[in-house]
Structures are given as structure tokens and as C-alpha cells.
Write a protein that binds this ligand. Sequence first.
Ligand code: PHE
Length: 467
Amino acid sequence: METASEGQQIATGEVAQSFRKRDAFATGLGVLTATLGSAVGLGNIWKFPAMTGQNGGAAFIIIYLVCTLLVGLPVMMSEHMLGRHARKDAINTMRDLAPRRQPWWLIGAAGGLAAFLIMAFYSEVAGWVFAYVFKAASGSILSTDPAANSATFGALVSSPWQALVWQWIVLIWVGAIIMMGVSKGIERVTKKLLPLLFVLLIAVCVRSLTLDGAGEGIKFLFNPDFSKVTGPVVLAAMGLAFFKLSVGMGTMITYGSYFRDDQNIPATATKVMLADLTVSILAGLAIFPAVFALGFDVAAGPSLLFEIIPAVFASMPGGNFFVIIFFLLTAIAATGAMISIVEVPVAFLTEQFRLPRRNATLLTLVLLALMGALAALSFSELSDVSLFGKSFFDLYDYASSNILLPLGGLFICIFVGWVWGFDNVKRALSNNGALDNERIIRLFFTIAKYITPLLVLLVLLDGLNIL
Ligand code: PHE
């Protein structure tokens, strides 16, 4: 763990080097869990069900799957590869690898902006989760009555002070972990607790699926109705694929820079994608059968998780206890994701300006608290304020997932396919010839060079009504 005085020494190149060595992931499994820890978060448990509910269910999921395979996965592999090759933060990775005077570092800069936008609303949702851990412990959230659950949630989000204070608690919590260094603390914790989240999710699925009337929910999840699919819906599904895999903004470049030289990048990225997908589907199976069985509103959006999960547990023996554990694990999953978001600007500030890690973190937190307040108050004091027809909360979400991440992904793939080129890619992804995976590399390269950019461009133009 890093102490304050060690943090201050990062000023010299040599110490920066040893800092990097210390903070690099030590084992292959550590790489996998840290990367998975970034991917798995509120995106799976909160965003995926809410968006699936609002956008018509199975058809949305199918488009999401296609985007995950043809967009999310290639971008993730690209980011890991570039980060590991340059061993720098996102902006400096792109600056180092780009030909002289070509401004590819802008990808990293846009990613930094995306990190702030995402964290500004993510920390608020995480604040609700933290609040629910405590509310669950006091036994005040368990009810199968939709009206009661929506009142409980409404009271939380519409109270300005509760919204702000819970967000600050989250920011301080994440900041403290970042300051201590990531690998020893959270990596170890998430490694142990993520499997527990899996088990608990499965338990909730079983309960949800065995409720009377659960069939409607299964139909909703697996019976596609493409009539609800419009350009903006496709863009939302693609944005979710980016958000889910933490790609398009430099998180995976930054994490890639901590990867081991012998890490098998295609295999790692594929495993992370599959595990992440499994958690999302499990969350869907936990939530939708219960939505229909208990008479909730599928299109409830942000409140869905907070109303449904307590209702499912309320109908379960031992629900009082399990609901605490459930929200606790969700808080932990959210923490792993938030650390990876905040690590993007912190890595940049420490490397670029030689700021001690502690100061870089503090600066980032203050900015986040200011931007985040606008999101936190979107459901109370600022509920009448809108920009481009959206609340700050929605605007942050929309601008990051639907614009910045796709643009980031688009240019990362263009860079890899058209600037960096096949020979570099082949060397990087085969670990300088140590891995015998040329066919996979060729497949990846073709997709990243032609298919991903084309798809992202089309979906962006159509979703933003430019076409
Ligand atoms: N993937 C994370 C989640 O699903 C969110 C995230 C987005 C993390 C972008 C890092 C970067 O919760």
C-alpha cells in the first residue's frame, strides 16, 4: 500500500517507474479480476434492466449483444494492447504511439471528459445503493407493495441533502481506496466478493422465476419485438455496450498499462466480456419475472432496481438479511467500476504533471463533487432545469454513453486499423510471437479495421438523427 510520503516521491521518473511496477497487476488472475471488476458494476445491475425495460426487452438485448461482440470486444482488445505497449496513462499512450504531430491524444482527452461525466452521475446512483444498504439494515425497505417501494425510493432521491451527502460519502470512499493504491486493497476484496454476488444473483433469480406470473417476464426478456427499435434505441444499446465493458474512454488503456507482458489479451478480453454478459443476464432474470409477477412498471427506469429487489426479498424467507447482502455486494461491484473510472484522470495527473497521487485524487474529487451535485440535485432542487431537453443527470449519461464513448471507440479502432497497422498489432497480441494465435489476430484486425468503425459511425449518425 502506498503511504502519503511515497505518494509525494512520485515526482521523479525513477520512482514513477517503481510506482508502476508496484501497482502493476501481479498475476494473470489479478488482471482478470481487476478488469472484470471495472466492467461489472451498476451497468449490469441497474442500467441494463432499466434500459431493457424501457426499450422493449428482447429486441434491445439482441442489438446489445451484437454491439458487444462487434464493437465492445474489439475496442477492449485494442485498448489493452495499446496501453500495455506504451505503459502510460490514456492520453500519453495515444501521444506516444501516434506518428509525430498527429493529435490522437485527443482520444485520451475526450476519455478524460467522459470519465468525469460518468462519475458525476454514477456516484449518485452508487449513493442510492449505499443508502439502501443502511435502509435495508434498519428493515425499512422491504415491501411487496409497488406504491410503498416507489415512495421509499422517491423520498430518498428527492431529498437534496440525502442525495448530496450519499454522493459525498461515495466519493470519499472511492478516493480513499484510490489513494491507497488499487492492487492490494480492492483487487483482493473484489476477487473474493464478486463470486458471492454471482451466487446471490442466482438465488434472487430462482425466487423471481418461481413467483406466480413470472412467465410474462421471461417472455419479455426472450421474445423479441422489433417494432420498438428505432435509431436512438440502437444507439442506446451500443452506448450500453461501451459503458458495460468500460471502453471508449481510456479506462482499459490505463488498466492495460498495468497488464503483465505475458498476459493473453484476446483471451482475457473475451472472458471479461462473457462474465460481464452473464451478470447482466442474471440481473435481468432476477428482475423481470418479478416485475410482472408483482405488478410493477417495466419501464420504471432508474427506480426499477430499487423498487423490485426489495419486493423480491420481501417475498423470500430470510429476505431481511439477504437484501442487505445484495445491496452491499452491489456497492462493492460499483466500487470496482468507480475506481477504474477515477483512475483515468488520476493516472494522467500523476504522470503528466508529476502530482503526488494524493493531490491528483483530491483535485479529481473536488471537481467530481461540483459536477456531481448537478446530477444529485436533478431529482429535487434542479428538477425543473433542463439542458438540451434533459436533466443534468440524464445529460451526463447521454453525452458520455451515446456520444463520447462511441467516438472514442471509433477513433481507437481507426487508429489501430489504419495507423498502427497489422504488424504492430500482430506483435502486440501474440506477445512478440510467444502465442500461437494468428488466426484470432487476423479476425480481430479485420473487424477492428473495417466493421467496428463502420458500425459505430452508422449507428451514431442514425441515432443522433444526422442521417
Ligand atoms: N462498466 C462499468 C459498469 O457497468 C461502468 C464503467 C464505465 C466503468 C466506463 C469504467 C468506465 O458499471
